[in-house]
Design a binder for this molecule. Sequence first.
Ligand SMILES: [Ca+2]
Length: 401
Amino acid sequence: MKIRHCIAHFGFWAILLVACSGSDNNNDAIVLPPGDVGLKLVQDLLVPAGFIVEEFATGLEFPTTIAFPPDGSNRLFVNELQSGRIKIMQDGQFNTLPFTDLETMVTGGFPSAGENGLIGLAFDPDYVANRYVYVTFAVRSPNGTIGKIARMKDQNNRAVDFEILLDNLPSAPGHQIENLAFGPDGKLYVSIGDAFEDAKAQDLNQFNGKILRLNPDGSIPSDNPDPDSYVWASGLRNSFGLVFNDNSDLLATENGPDMKDELNVIVKGGNYGWPLVLGNSAQPEFINPIFVWENIVSPNTILFYKGSQFPQNFKGKMFTVLFGSTFSDGPSPIAKRIRVGTFQGNGLESTVTFEDFATYNFDAKGNPLGLAEGPDGMLYLSDIFQGKIFRIRFGNSGAPL
Ligand SMILES: [Ca+2]
């Protein structure tokens, strides 16, 4: 079985000579506050001094996106890639029944191989009032797999009123339907990979390699570039992470083929070049990324930190998960980590500089993928192959460090 786009990447993994985090990672002396005593400390995710990593959940089947609803409740929604289940964890344990089992809601069943399946999850901006939850996923079809966008309502931790908003989207064992994000305009933005048909990323009549924009009910917004089309931006290969920042810029991570991963600011009608150009070009018809990783690191989830549990200098910073190469054992010198990005400027004029925040030092297989900020301001990270969720917090709660 192969997971995620990054399967195409060759291993850059090697023995990590740990000079990267400055962490002493000696947690022996840490005394956890009451209520956290049961959580196992994680020594092999290296974080800056003062931070603590805990094992928050285990036993998951390929967890992808993780997200807390914007109602302040301490409920963590967890997507499982191939089971099609969305689980809810609250008060330290998973609910007996999942939020939903999408396998039972669609025909065809979920893929049992490849990197496609249940990927994206987003809450309606007005979730507190309307309880809508949106998901992106791919299911088996007679011709391979197809992508779908669906929404449902959260009724006491169970999904009701399931409806498909958009169907028959391009999919493949990789480069399938990825994430989704609500904009400050109340529209839903969805990333679709090129489904290994790269030329179609330049064809505005195809959904391969596009960012789509739709109304929450699945209709086409009248102010799209073409009022009869969902297409918002084109020329993308496989953008996994999708998020708006406080400047109302839509950021998307782009996975390059064997070099030049990108971070793009997605603008209305923008063409991001794939497969005609990689990274920066001088051709005015293509929009250049705001950041290029020359070597493949497989940037995935991105998240802007809004909380106050971390030290003040982290507020507004962008955490970026670098997945690394799939199935590789042990740490990687350049990937398998979370980096923290500092922005200057906005829009296409943005620049960003990165530094390491959390780096993998696990001996076994594992790749970081989903990232969520809890209502407690702590950072939650899913590891797809370890089937775990880690929690990272700053140890400022009276614990001796
Ligand atoms: Ca590009």
